[in-house]
Design a protein around this ligand. Structure first.
Ligand code: NAP
Ligand code: G4F
Length: 346
C-alpha cells in the first residue's frame, strides 16, 4: 500500500520539490492550493499535466490555513500518514507590513491544523516548517537545537508560536509532531523577491543588457544558504525517525549578501569593485566602470537578522542527513539557470 502525504504550501519552492520527492518514493500526494486570480501552480505544473506518470498519484484540494473547517474536511477526505505543513506568508520584510495576517497563517494556521488532527482522530505524523529566523538576534554562534531564540520580525514571532505549539501537542497528546529548523535554502524555483533569486535574475539581465542597476537593502547581512532539493529530503527523514524531535538543517557556512553578488558576477568573469559608504555605496563593474549595484533604503527592515550559521550535527548523527551543495555551486546553479532561461525568451 502506498503511503499518503498531505502537503500545505505545495505550490511554493519547498512544496514543489517535496511533492516530486514523495512521488518518486511511491507516495500518493495530496496538496492544498489557494484560489488565486492568476495562475499560481507553475512550480507543480509539470507534475499535474495530463498523461503525466504521476497522474493518479497527485491530487490538489482548494484550502487555506485561515479556514479550519476546510482543514478538517481535507484531513477526513485524504486520511494522510504524513502531513508537511509548509504553507506560510514566508517573506520576512512583508511580515512587517501585514503582521496580523502573518500571525493568522504562520502561527494560528498551525494550531488549526494540529487541532483538526485531534478533532478528526486522523493518526498522521506532522512536520512543521520552522526556521532559523527564530534565532534572530543570535545568542550563540553557530546555532543549534538548544540555542535560545530571539525572533526579530512578526514572521519570526509567529513561527515561534508554531514551534512551541508543535512541541506542546507532542507532549500533551502524544502526536508525532516534529520541527525542522531550516536555515535559508534556495534554488532556481526560489521566489523572485527573496534576495538570492533577486540577485541571480538581475545579474543575468544586466549581463544580457536588459537592465542597468540592481537595487538592494542591507548587503552586509550573513546567511547560511543551502540548496532546497536537499532540504526537502531532510524534511522527509525527520518524519521517518523513530521518535518525533526537532532538527536544524543547515550548511554550517555563512556568507554575506555582498559575497552572493560578487560570486554571481564572477560566473560571467566580471569583477565588482565597491565605492562609497552606507546608502551611497555602489557596486561597479571593473571591466567597464558601469554602476550595476546600488542601495535603496526601502529594502531595509525595521529590525534585521545580522548573521545566521547553523550546526547540523544532530541531523547528521540521527538522520544521516548532510548538505552537499556548497555556496559557490549554489550561486552558479541559480545564475546559470536564470541566464539561460531569460536568453531563451529574447
Ligand atoms: P514559499 O515559496 O513562499 O511558499 C509558501 C507556500 O505557502 C505557497 O504554496 C503559498 O501559496 C502557501 N500559502 C501562503 N499562505 C497560505 C495560506 N493562507 N493558506 C494556504 N497556503 C498558503 O515558501 P518556501 O520557501 O517554499 O518555504 C516553505 C516553508 O518553509 C514556509 O513555511 C517558510 O516559512 C518555511 N521556511 C523556508 C525557508 C527557506 O529558506 N525557503 C527556511 C526556513 C523555513 P501560493 O503559491 O498560493 O502563494
Ligand atoms: O532573502 P531574504 O528575504 O531572506 P530571509 O529574510 O533570510 O528569510 C528567508 O529565510 C528564512 C530562514 O532563515 C525563512 F524562514 C524565510 O521564510 C525566508 O525564506 O533576505 C536575506 C537577507 C536579509 O538580511 C535582507 O535584509 O538579504 C537582505 N536583503 C538585502 N537586500 C534583501 C534585499 N532581502 C530581500 N528580500 N530583498 C532585497 O532587496
Amino acid at each position: 500500500m502506498s503511503k499518503i502525504a498531505l502537503i500545505s504550501g505545495i505550490t511554493g519552492q519547498d512544496g514543489s520539490y517535496l511533492a516530486e520527492l514523495l512521488l518518486q518514493k511511491g507516495y500518493v500526494v495530496h496538496g492544498i492550493v489557494r484560489r488565486s486570480s492568476s495562475f499560481n501552480r507553475a512550480r507543480i505544473d509539470h507534475l499535474t499535466k495530463d498523461k503525466n506518470i504521476y497522474q493518479h498519484k497527485l491530487f490538489l484540494h482548494y484550502g487555506d490555513l485561515t479556514d479550519s473547517s476546510n482543514l478538517n474536511r481535507i484531513l477526513e477526505k485524504t486520511n494522510p500518514d504524513e502531513i508537511y505543513n509548509l504553507a506560510a506568508q514566508s517573506h520576512v520584510q512583508v511580515s512587517f507590513e501585514i503582521p496580523e495576517y502573518s500571525a493568522e497563517v504562520d502561527a494560528v494556521g498551525t494550531i488549526r491544523f494540529l487541532d483538526a488532527l485531534r478533532e478528526t482522530g486522523v493518526k498522521s505524523k506532522f512536520y512543521q516548517a520552522s526556521t532559523s529566523e527564530l534565532y534572530g538576534k543570535v545568542q550563540e554562534i553557530p546555532q543549534t537545537e538548544t540555542t535560545p531564540f530571539y525572533p526579530r520580525s512578526p514572521y519570526a514571532v509567529a513561527k515561534l508560536y508554531s514551534y512551541w505549539i508543535v512541541r506542546n501537542y507532542r507532549e500533551a497528546y502524544n502526536i508525532f509532531a516534529s520541527n525542522g529548523i531550516l536555515f535559508n535554502h534556495e534554488s532556481e524555483r526560489r521566489g523572485k523577491s527573496f534576495v538570492t533569486r533577486k540577485i541571480s535574475v538581475n545579474v543575468a539581465k544586466i549581463i544580457l543588457g536588459l537592465t542597468d542597476i540592481l537595487y538592494l537593502g542591507n548587503i552586509d547581512s550573513k546567511r547560511d544558504w543551502g540548496y532546497a532539493p536537499e532540504y526537502v529530503e531532510g524534511m522527509w527523514r525527520i518524519l521517518q525517525a523513530k521518535e518525533p524531535n526537532d532538527f536544524v538543517l543547515s550548511t554550517n557556512e555563512t556568507h554575506t549578501v555582498r559575497e552572493f553578488i560578487e560570486e554571481s558576477f564572477k560566473c560571467f568573469n566580471e569583477e565588482i569593485v565597491w565605492e562609497g559608504i552606507g546608502i551611497h555605496e555602489k557596486g561597479i563593474l571593473k571591466s567597464s566602470g558601469k554602476v550595476v549595484v546600488a542601495i535603496n533604503p526601502m529594502y531595509f527592515r525595521p529590525t534585521e537578522v545580522d548573521i545566521l550559521i547553523g550546526d547540523y550535527s544532530k541531523a547528521k548523527k540521527k538522520l544521516g542527513w548532510e548538505p552537499k551543495t556548497k555556496f559557490k555551486e549554489l550561486v552558479k546553479i541559480m545564475v546559470q539557470y536564470d541566464y539561460n532561461n531569460i536568453k531563451k525568451t529574447l
